[in-house]
Write a protein that binds this ligand. Structure first.
Ligand SMILES: Cc1cc2nc3c(=O)[nH]c(=O)nc-3n(C[C@H](O)[C@H](O)[C@H](O)COP(=O)(O)O)c2cc1C
Length: 306
């Protein structure tokens, strides 16, 4: 069989393959340049950007658990001006799609940051982080109430020159009304999930492991949650879904696509194996070829009920 098609489309933009990196786990791309050929990735999603530079929470801000990790970084980032000046410079011309993840503590901050990014044509897509569980304020509010999600997404949509992809939280009773509100507000795609609330305590010292007390759980532990939410949202909205949560290899990619994802993001896996994304692209190609599947898009939403 000839080479299967790996190209997917999100918001009218073509990605060379459905494998992207998740925000906060891949820096601004530079950090991984010596380990992998970045041009082979479907896309890079960069660390959340805010109006000003942020140092984030004091350490320790990560902790290992039995099947994943906890983090409370607190949105440490260089701020939008330095991002535009220094980071976009590197990302420009890498030959992969560039997704900029934007965070804000209020609606005006989202608008401010997007306004600064408008006009920088190397950006392909904006991922709107309305779901960070690790900031006071509370960042989560934006994706736990459909009315507020609608307000944020529609306001940002009205001033944003790029396709818009709100990133949803799993820390809600029902994700469907939030996803629907984002779609109605003009979102071009939806990504999910951000991390789940978690906490860990050392039994020998009785000390809580994170200075922020609670953090976000990521890694293999959260994959079944993410698959269920991908499936639910796939059956709720018409816009494409980018699946995130515990993806470690090509089998997880296939699972997310069968649940309804058009593309996926690798997060925690990058810390375990820096070349996990490239390996997954190659293995996904082999998987499709062995099964005589000519187009990766044929997997989307094809999970069968028993
Ligand atoms: C250390 C760390 C930092 C993160 N920082 C961000 C961030 O700045 N913005 C964001 O939207 N998500 C952030 N996330 C969440 C990831 O993008 C992803 O949604 C989550 O980790 C689930 O995917 P995974 O299980 O593959 O890691 C972070 C995750 C980790 C582990």
């Amino acid at each position: 069989m000839t080479q299967p098609n790996l190209k997917v489309k999100i918001a009218g933009i073509e990605f060379a393959n459905p494998i992207l990196t998740a925000s906060g786990t891949f820096g601004y791309g530079e950090e991984f340049n010596e380990y992998i050929d970045l041009s082979r990735l479907g896309g890079i999603v960069t660390k959340s950007i805010t109006r000003h530079e942020r140092k984030g929470h004091p350490p320790p801000r990560t902790a290992e658990t039995a099947s994943g990790m906890l983090n409370a970084i607190g949105l440490a980032n260089v701020g939008v001006d330095a991002y535009v000046k220094e980071k976009l410079q590197f990302l420009r011309g890498l030959g992969t799609r560039i997704v900029v993840n934007v965070a804000g503590f209020d609606l005006e901050e989202f608008v401010y940051v997007i306004d600064k990014l408008n006009g920088h044509d190397e950006i392909d897509l904006i991922e709107l982080n309305i779901s960070c569980p690790n900031i006071k304020g509370d960042g989560m509010e934006f994706s736990s109430n459909p009315d507020i999600a609608y307000k944020v997404v529609s306001r940002v949509r009205s001033i944003c020159n790029f396709p818009l992809m709100p990133k949803l939280s799993p820390n809600v009773a029902d994700i469907r009304p939030i996803a629907k509100a984002c779609e109605e507000a003009g979102a071009d795609a939806i990504s999910l999930i951000n991390t789940l609330y978690g906490m860990a305590i050392d039994p020998s010292t009785w000390k809580i492991k994170l200075t922020n007390v609670t953090g976000g759980l990521s890694g293999p532990a959260i994959k079944p949650v993410a698959i269920a939410l991908t499936w639910k949202v796939y059956n709720t909205v018409k816009i494409p879904i980018v699946g995130i949560g515990g993806i470690m290899d090509y089998r997880d990619v296939v699972e997310f696509m069968l649940a309804g994802a058009t593309a996926v993001q690798f997060g925690t896996a990058n810390f375990v194996q820096p070349n996990c994304t490239i390996r997954a692209i190659d293995a996904l190609t082999d998987y499709l070829r062995e099964r005589n599947i000519s187009d990766v898009n044929n997997l989307i939403g094809k999970a069968k009920k028993i």
